[in-house]
Design a protein around this ligand. Structure first.
Ligand code: MOS
Length: 721
């Protein structure tokens, strides 16, 4: 197929408004829990109050007798889920163990684990009845404190996680300048605005419709079909709008399977909305991770060796893994590099991917360590990075498809006024506050997967694009509309409709991993090219480049013209290393007496290839920067290890940034296309918008105060201690 290079790069002010913006701000956009089905019932869980052990007795009599209750399920009476081996995206199976199966036996594996599920005719009645469930337990000793069992961490199975060694990494010990540091990233919890929710509605014995909070309707469809041994087409999954997710709806969780099971049993539709507290216990989190970085360098700042080790938590029943140490292998030109990645089980629910999974944690350590080295060398941290710039991928010798990291350093430095930064920490004071500048870089793979798009030119000249992707809030429909409008020069965006969020549409991957603009955008591009060609054939020679499509259809007596195209990345991609890069710059002020940190200025620069949707891209980068500031300064899921329960499982205790915490954020884009990745030249930006920000903040705090905080979040007590 012919590829059209989209060279028409608009300035950011020219990006279009969100195609679904009006629906969202007027409340017309319907999220999973907002659908209504006649005969709806409501599910509420009763949860374990112990962390580890077995259920001795569970008394549901009072709950069953409570007003409006239709059923109470426990492991004693819950019907068997026929294929209960599922757990999410079949393309990303856990590398070991499996997801928790609810109500199959009497074991308790973590605190807050559902032990009973009440179905009632209202949410309030279900909530009340769930409070009447009384369980007695045989308690066993538990461990939820990952920091206490780091020595038990082991390498996960599979070659991806084997220790990596290039050259002689242990050389750092004899290097002229050396650094040995440890970093800790605590549990972070996604906490999107929209709570996890599902409506399960069996329309026949072997058929159901599901409204679900999910990042992937096809993946949810497959997971439910597997669990209930149904043909996938019998499971209809809808997720038209998703109110943020950050990774916590990437897989199908036990509560979703339980709701489907219950709906089948009570023969009524079941609505289940998790409470904010339950979000902490059932839909994953960024795992607590301890890291150690050893660096050796020459006196003039050439890296000679790096060893990066990470140990992270997982659950006792399932291995969760992420690429925490991977960026250290290629981020800088360094001949001798070793990475070690291990996980250790504790008595908690399973962690999951959270924005920038792996790299967000790894970059905090690596980009803090580079800053520490610059400080030791008394060198500007950007200068140190430039001296160690990797011109080719040091891991495999491949060229980068595009890499504009140096440009990004320069753009950000100019914008934030980096020349005002003093290399010596604690040297600037203004109005009683200590002022500091810091920067940190992020990186994430820029790939392209497979997607199918149907493009239909309708009789009125409206272009309809359909695919089963979801939009978790980033603006996918808006971006796709702009890509189609660039290919179909002459069709205004107002005459392009992008339909998504339904499993019966042509297949698309789960929205995650910064892949969707590239993957679905590539397929939209290719489908539009194919449809244009179909029109050209119809018109024959002499057609103009901008035909009146409605007129052509009318002349040819056609109700519409459509194509369905499946496309994926070219094999040429294998010859290149493709990454998106970000560089975050911050200026902070720190109050020396109280330890309060305020972020004064933020500049985030993204090397994300060609920017196809300027307005939503800007919002994406700003959102990621705010997430990174939260990670740096406030976010932490705190467990009282005596009980294995969170003490801050709500938005009062789990702090995320609010408007007063966030200054104006400048989002800058290098905006140079990478046509190796896809015909739009776009690279992903969802993850890099956050990756590296926490190090930038920590580095700025060091520059302001001379205090190096290596354990997130950087709360005032740590600065005063
Ligand atoms: Mo993201 S962690 O790929 O939703």
């Amino acid at each position: 197929m012919k590829q059209q290079e989209l060279l028409n790069i608009p300035p950011f002010t020219e990006g279009i408004d969100r195609v679904d913006g009006r629906l969202k701000v007027t409340g017309a956009a319907k999220y999973a829990a907002e659908f209504e089905v006649p005969g709806m019932t409501y599910a509420v869980f009763a949860n374990s109050t112990i962390t580890k052990g077995t259920i001795k007795t569970i008394d549901i009599k009072a709950a069953e007798k409570a007003p409006g209750v239709l059923a109470v399920f426990t492991y004693l009476n819950a019907p068997k889920v026929p294929g209960y081996e599922t757990g999410g995206d079949p393309s990303k199976p856990p590398s070991g163990g499996g997801p928790l199966k609810l109500f199959v036996d009497n074991t308790v594996k973590y605190n807050g684990q559902p032990v009973a599920m009440v179905i009632a005719d209202s949410f309030e009645r279900a909530t009340y009845a769930a409070s009447l469930v009384k369980a007695e337990y045989n308690k066993e000793a538990h461990q939820t404190d990952t920091s206490k069992v780091l020595d038990k961490a082991a390498t996960p199975k599979g070659s991806r996680f084997a220790d990596y060694k290039r050259g002689t990494p242990d050389d750092w010990q004899s290097a002229p300048v050396k650094l040995e540091t440890e970093y800790v990233v605590p549990i972070d919890v996604h906490n999107p605005m929209e709570l996890s929710a599902i409506i399960a509605h069996w329309t026949a014995d072997d058929k159901l419709t599901v409204y679900d909070k999910t990042q992937g309707v096809k993946s949810t469809q497959n997971a439910i079909a597997q669990a209930f041994k149904l043909p996938p087409d019998n499971v209809q999954v809808t997720a038209k709008f998703v109110g943020g997710a950050f990774g916590n709806a990437l897989r199908t969780w036990p509560h979703e399977i339980a709701a489907v099971m219950a709906a089948k049993q009570v023969k009524r539709p079941v609505k289940l909305v998790l409470t904010r507290e339950m979000q902490f216990y059932t839909v994953g989190y960024r795992p607590y991770t301890w890291q150690k970085i050893n660096v050796g360098a020459t006196a003039d700042g050439k890296l000679t060796s790096i060893v990066h080790e990470a140990r992270a938590q997982t659950s006792s029943f399932e291995e969760f893994t992420e690429g925490t140490v991977n960026m250290t292998r290629f981020m800088y030109a360094c001949p001798n590099v070793g990475t070690i990645y291990k996980i250790t089980p504790v008595d908690v629910n399973t962690p999951t991917w959270m924005r920038g999974p792996g790299e967000a944690t790894g970059a905090f350590a690596l980009e803090s360590a580079i800053d520490e080295l610059a400080d030791k060398l008394n060198m500007d941290p950007i200068e140190l990075r430039i001296r160690n710039h990797a011109d080719i991928d040091p891991q495999n010798g491949k060229p980068f498809s595009t890499k504009y990291l140096k440009e990004a350093y320069q753009m950000g430095a100019d914008k934030i006024g980096w020349q005002n930064r003093k290399n010596k920490p604690r040297s600037v004071q203004e109005n009683g506050w200590l002022i500091g500048y810091g920067m940190g870089s992020g990186v994430f793979g820029a790939g392209r997967g497979r997607a199918t798009v149907k493009a239909t030119m309708q009789s009125d000249g409206t272009l309809l694009l359909q695919t089963a992707v979801t939009d978790i809030g980033v603006g996918t429909g808006t971006a796709m509309t702009q890509i189609a409008s660039e290919v179909f020069t002459g069709i205004p965006v107002s005459k392009i409709k992008f339909e998504l969020g339904d499993s019966s549409l042509p297949p698309s991957p789960t929205q995650g991993g910064s892949m969707i603009t590239s993957t679905v955008g590539g397929a939209v591009h290719d489908a539009c090219i194919a449809l244009k060609e179909k029109f050209q054939q119809l018109i024959g020679n002499g057609g103009t480049d901008k035909p009146d499509y409605a007129q052509v259809l009318k002349d040819k007596n056609l109700p519409q013209l459509d194509v369905t195209i499946t496309s994926s990345g070219s094999s040429e991609m294998r010859n290149f290393s493709s990454y998106s890069y970000s560089v975050h710059f911050v200026q902070v002020k720190v109050h020396p007496k109280t330890g309060v940190v305020r972020v004064n200025k933020v500049v985030s620069v993204a090397d994300s290839g060609h920017i196809v949707s300027p307005k939503t891209a800007r919002s994406q980068v700003i959102g990621g920067a705010i997430g990174g500031i939260g990670m740096a300064l406030m976010e932490e899921g705190v467990i009282d290890h005596r009980f294995g329960r969170y003490v801050n499982a709500d938005l009062a205790g789990y702090h995320v940034p609010v408007h007063a915490d966030i200054p104006q954020i400048e989002a800058l884009f290098v905006n140079k296309p990478d046509y190796k990745v896809n015909p739009m030249g776009a690279k992903g930006m969802g993850e890099i918008a956050l990756i590296g920000m926490s190090a930038a903040v920590a580095n700025a705090v060091y520059n302001a105060t001379g205090k190096r905080i290596r354990e997130l979040p950087i709360t005032p007590d740590k600065l005063l201690g």
